[in-house]
Design a protein around this ligand. Structure first.
Ligand SMILES: O=C(O)CCC(=O)C(=O)O
Ligand SMILES: [Fe+2]
Length: 338
């Protein structure tokens, strides 16, 4: 179990996260394509994370999305809660969920060490879910809608490239599953650290339940676990900071891509320890999955005598349910066949 959450920032070294130029994907040249597939393959295998540049989402859309979330979180607590108070039945399918650390602090069973505010929005199909998103600030839906549309397009493009990097370019059933899949956007606000309180701001170590996550950050603070040759032993890695690179987004391999790739790609352990003490840090994590009850298994094309099936199947619902129990091991680790 990873329990070290102290921010010995001076001891944390930066990690050279690979930078992938997505404009190369649309080039005709086979050489450029081959090169980018190789880079994606290596990044997903070795690090479970890479930066993308020339990703197609305009700086303007990004800035507006960050700003409108900042404005949302800045509203008085009571206003935020009122607008979201609805009973949706199946909580797992609730189109919006707001967790503020003020509210959480009132709960006596709170065992979390690192705190943040988060707003989780369902986003596919966008037209269905947007009506449940916050009405205020009044430009929230419009600006988040734009970002969400763009990031979904990027997700589909990246999934296609990642499948190709696994020689699964011809497996159209996977692309169809992805296209119909779940898209969840989580906006996080990390308040400035207050010396007067004991509250530690951040996100505890975890890997994502997604196939891929696309991350947008307003300021640094993300750290990933560098496991070098020790991928299956998450307690043996070293935390490294991920430098914030201008105009880039970060892409994470999630648990379900580790399963789908039959263990060839590794989901990345990460945590957040914000650096700035004066400004709030806003991030937006865009989680892309298959449908909630679709069973994700190692792709049959990646199973053979040399690489037998490594995992039993699981659905996103299984991963989400398990995550809420806050166990220190990943569900997929309990699903290992060998
Ligand atoms: O805030 C970040 O940079 C990362 C957030 C994250 O890991 C998550 O929401 O799963
Ligand atoms: Fe995450």
């Amino acid at each position: 179990m990873i329990s070290t959450v102290d921010a010995h920032d001076d001891l944390i070294k930066p990690m050279n996260v690979p930078i992938i130029d997505l404009s190369l994907l649309s080039q005709e040249s086979d050489h450029a394509k081959f090169q980018i597939m190789k880079e994606i393959h290596e990044a997903c295998q070795k690090w479970g994370v890479f930066n993308v540049i020339n990703h197609g989402i305009s700086e303007f859309v990004i800035e507006e999305a960050l700003e409108v979330n900042q404005n949302f979180f800045d509203m008085p607590e009571i206003e935020k809660e009122e607008m979201l108070e609805t009973n949706y039945g199946d909580e797992m399918l609730s189109p919006v969920k707001l967790v503020t650390f003020q509210r959480r602090a009132q709960r006596t069973d709170s065992t979390e060490v690192l705190q943040r505010d988060l707003l989780r929005l369902y986003a596919n199909p966008l037209e269905d879910f947007m009506n449940f998103w916050p009405k205020n600030p009044s430009d929230y839906r419009e600006k988040m809608g734009k970002y969400t549309k763009e990031v979904r397009k990027l997700g589909i493009q990246l999934f296609g490239a990642i499948m190709e990097s696994l020689n699964l370019g011809g497996a159209t059933y996977l692309k169809e599953n992805f296209n119909q899949g779940m898209h969840m956007v989580v906006a996080n606000r990390y308040s400035p650290y207050q010396e007067s309180t004991n509250i530690k701001i951040g996100a505890p170590p975890h890997s994502d339940h997604s196939i891929i996550t696309i991350l947008l950050q307003s300021s640094p603070g993300l750290q990933v676990l560098d496991m070098a040759d020790n991928h299956d032993h998450h307690n043996n890695g070293t935390w490294k900071s991920v430098p914030k690179l201008e105009a880039s987004l970060q892409v994470f391999v999630g648990d379900h891509l580790e399963v789908l790739s039959n263990g060839i790609y590794k989901s990345v352990w990460h945590r957040v320890i914000p650096i700035s003490t004066s400004n709030a840090r806003i991030s937006m994590a865009s989680f892309h999955n298959f449908q909630i009850d679709e069973i994700v298994e190692p792709a049959k094309e990646l199973i053979d005598n040399d690489r037998p099936k490594k995992f039993k199947g699981s659905s996103v619902r299984d991963l989400l349910k398990y995550a809420s129990s806050q166990k220190p091991v990943r569900l997929i680790d309990t699903h290992r066949i060998i």
